[in-house]
Design a protein around this ligand. Structure first.
Ligand SMILES: [Zn+2]
Length: 262
């Protein structure tokens, strides 16, 4: 299926967004289930992305480097399309319990109704809509220790960028040994593309730990909100009492593709 990536791949000064996504095959499903059940999460996402992206305009079949360089929001979009194609119009049923009236109900989850926001969409103001795919931020308190030539010097200006698929793969490898707070920090550490002279490769969690909590939350907010990509609804309404029921974030691969959700 021909699809348009929400952000796209930058190549020779241009941005490539048109990709051909393969209708999932039995082989892809078998591989994904094997990787999932064997707890090989890195292989699960990488193999599925590699098999799922049949070709990219002007590139053809993507190399490992092309895939690792894709933005995570684009990779998530590919996984969403694979889940969508996998359903073949028979939407999965999801089960919910209302926290207010305890009413239990199932609902048909129409994946085709989900909104996808792309850079350049009319009315979508995105801080990542620039050649660097990075949004600037200013810290309220300078942090030091990031300039090897001048460790005392403090910096306040930085940029947070969209995460690459390859960075996410690295995170998955380290994930097993760490707690969720550390994983979130590791994720942000990779997303901050600039702060001081040379942030990436020099900054560690210890550097990030020095940033004040309100500053960190502001950076996280910039990073998480206003991102292009697949935007599933975040809450549904209880059909019995009308209360709003918050929904957890979806994982298109494990919740829909490899699972046997009915
Ligand atoms: Zn209710």
């Amino acid at each position: 299926m021909l699809a348009a990536l929400p952000v796209g791949i930058t190549k020779d000064g241009g941005v490539l967004t048109n990709v051909e996504i393969r209708v999932p095959t039995g082989g892809m499903l078998r591989q994904a289930r094997d990787d999932f059940l064997n707890n090989k999460h890195r292989d699960l996402y990488f193999n599925l992305l590699k098999a799922g992206v049949e070709s990219i305009e002007d590139i053809g079949a993507p190399s490992t480097q092309d895939l690792n360089g894709m933005y995570m929001v684009d990779a998530e979009y590919v996984f969403y399309v694979l889940a969508l194609l996998d359903c073949a119009g028979e939407w999965p049923k999801t089960e919910h319990t209302c926290p207010d009236c305890e009413h239990r109900f199932k609902r048909e989850f129409d994946l085709s109704a989900i909104e996808v926001v792309r850079l350049g969409d009319e009315g979508f103001e995105c801080p990542f809509d620039n050649p660097d795919r990075a949004a600037p931020f200013t810290l309220s308190q300078p942090i030091a220790g990031i300039d090897p030539d001048d460790p005392e010097r403090g910096y306040v200006q930085g940029k947070v960028g969209l995460m690459r698929f390859g960075d996410y793969m690295e995170l998955l490898v380290s994930q097993k040994k760490r707690g969720i707070g550390t994983i979130q920090s590791e994720s942000l550490l990779r997303a901050i593309t600039e702060l001081g002279p040379d942030w990436r490769g020099i900054a560690t969690l210890k550097t990030l730990d020095k940033i004040s909590s309100p500053d960190l939350k502001r950076i996280e907010k910039t990073y998480n909100a206003d991102k292009p990509g697949v935007k599933p609804e975040e809450e549904i309404v209880c059909p019995e009492c009308g209360a709003k029921i918050p929904l957890p974030p979806y994982n298109w691969v494990t919740d829909f593709f490899v699972s046997n959700a009915d």
